[in-house]
Design a protein around this ligand. Structure first.
Ligand code: NDP
Length: 334
C-alpha cells in the first residue's frame, strides 16, 4: 500500500499521475512539495491533498510517506532523488532522470545500495499498443528486425511552452523531453541498446536557446538501424513507429502518446492484418506495476537502469548533433 508524497506541483502530476496513484487499491496521496507556498497550497486544495510543503526535508520526515513521485523540472531530479533515497522512500522519478549521466548513475546506485524501489516514468512501455507490438516482434512475426523508424514530431501544446522551449538550465529542449522516450521505446521493443548515433538538431520556430527539432540514426548491436524524428513544431505530422523485418513489417500510427489510442497493422506475405490491443490507461498500469515491485513482485516497467540508458542515448544524440560526428553511446558502465 503506497502513501505518496509528490515532489513538484507539476502538470503531469495533476493531469495523470495523482489519478493513477489513487487507482491502486489502498493507495493515498498525502503531500506535495512546491517552491511557492501559494502554488503548493492551491495545488493541494485542487487535488484533495492534505499537506503542502516548501521544505523537502519536512515532506520526507513524514514516516507515513513510503513513496515519492519526482516531477519537478529536470535539473532538480538528482538532488531530490538522493534526499528521498537517503530517507528510505521508494522513488518514481520523471524522465530524463538527470541532466548528466553521472548524476543519473549516482541516483540509481544510491537506490540499489539503500534497497528501495526506483523507477523511471517512461509511460509508453505500458501502452496496450506497445505491448502488442513487442509481442509481435518477440514472437518472430516479422522475423529478424532490419530497421525501425520513430515519428514523434508534435505540436507542443501552448500551455507547455515554458521551460521546455526556453530554459536549457532546467533541462529544456526536445532531446531531453522526447528523444529519451523514443530511446526507451526502441530499447523496450528490440531488447538491445544503441551502440552509436549520428544526428542533426535545430530550431524551427519555437526553441529559444534550445533545440526544438532533431533527427537521428542509431546503430543497434544486431545490425538493425533506427531512424528517429522528434520535434515540438509539427502541427499535422502525427506520431508513429514502424519495424521492418525479414518476414514482415509493423506500422503503428498515433501510438507515441499519453493516451490509449492508435492503430497497428502487420504486413507480411499473407497480406495486411489489423492488430488489436488492450486500451487501458498507461499511467495506471505503470503505477500498478510499480506498486507490485515495491511489494516484492517483479520489477517496475522501466527501472533506474532503463532511465540511465534512455538518458545516455539522448545525450549521445545531442553530442552528435553538436559535433557533427558519429557518437558512441556511453552508458556509464551499465
Ligand atoms: P510543469 O511545468 O507543469 O511543472 C514543473 C515545475 O514547474 C513544477 O515543479 C512547479 O514548481 C513549476 N510550476 C508549475 N506550474 C507553474 C506555474 N504556473 N508558474 C510557475 N511555475 C510553475 O512540468 P511538467 O508537468 O510538464 O513536467 C514535469 C516533469 O515531468 C519533467 O521532468 C518532464 O520531463 C516530465 N514529464 C513526463 C511525462 C511523461 O509522460 N512521462 C509527461 C510530461 C512531463 P514547484 O513544484 O516548485 O511548484
Amino acid at each position: 500500500m503506497l502513501r505518496w508524497g509528490l515532489i513538484g506541483a507539476s502538470r503531469i502530476a495533476s493531469s495523470y499521475m495523482i489519478e493513477a496513484m489513487r487507482a491502486q487499491e489502498g493507495a493515498d496521496v498525502l503531500s506535495v512539495l512546491s517552491t511557492d507556498v501559494a502554488r503548493g497550497a492551491r495545488f493541494a486544495d485542487e487535488n484533495g491533498i492534505a499537506d503542502s510543503y516548501t521544505d523537502l526535508d519536512a515532506l520526507l520526515a513524514d514516516d507515513r510517506v513510503n513513496a515519492v513521485y519526482i516531477s519537478t523540472t529536470n535539473e532538480k531530479h538528482h538532488a531530490q532523488a538522493l534526499a528521498a533515497i537517503a530517507a528510505g522512500k521508494n522513488v518514481l522519478c520523471e524522465k530524463p532522470l538527470a541532466m548528466s549521466l553521472a548524476d543519473a548513475c549516482e541516483m540509481v546506485k544510491a537506490a540499489a545500495d539503500k534497497g528501495i524501489t526506483f523507477a523511471t516514468n517512461h509511460h509508453l512501455r505500458n501502452a496496450g499498443t506497445h505491448l502488442a507490438i513487442k509481442d509481435l516482434i518477440s514472437n518472430g512475426r516479422i522475423g529478424d528486425v532490419l530497421s525501425a523508424r520513430v515519428f514523434h514530431a508534435v505540436n507542443l501544446p501552448e500551455h507547455l511552452r515554458g521551460w521546455r522551449i526556453n530554459d536549457a538550465s532546467a533541462g529544456g529542449g526536445v532531446i531531453p523531453d522526447i528523444t529519451v522516450h523514443d530511446a526507451d521505446t526502441i530499447r523496450f521493443h528490440l531488447d538491445e541498446d544503441p551502440v552509436d548515433v549520428v544526428a542533426k538538431s535545430g530550431t524551427s520556430g519555437m526553441g529559444e536557446g534550445v533545440e526544438d527539432s532533431v533527427m537521428s540514426v542509431w546503430s543497434m548491436p544486431s545490425g538493425a538501424m533506427v531512424q528517429t524524428h522528434e520535434s515540438f513544431t509539427h502541427g499535422f505530422a502525427g506520431t508513429g513507429i514502424e519495424f521492418h523485418g525479414t518476414r514482415g513489417s509493423i506500422f503503428a500510427q498515433g501510438v507515441m502518446t499519453q493516451e490509449p489510442v492508435g492503430t497497428i497493422r502487420l504486413v507480411d506475405s499473407n497480406g495486411e492484418t489489423a492488430v488489436s490491443y488492450e486500451n487501458h490507461n498507461l499511467y495506471k498500469r505503470s503505477l500498478g506495476v510499480f506498486t507490485q515491485a515495491v511489494a516484492g513482485t517483479g520489477r517496475p516497467s522501466a527501472d533506474g537502469v532503463d532511465g540511465i540508458k534512455s538518458l545516455a542515448v539522448a545525450l549521445a544524440v545531442r553530442e552528435a548533433a553538436r559535433s557533427g560526428r558519429q557518437t558512441t553511446v556511453d552508458y556509464g558502465g551499465f
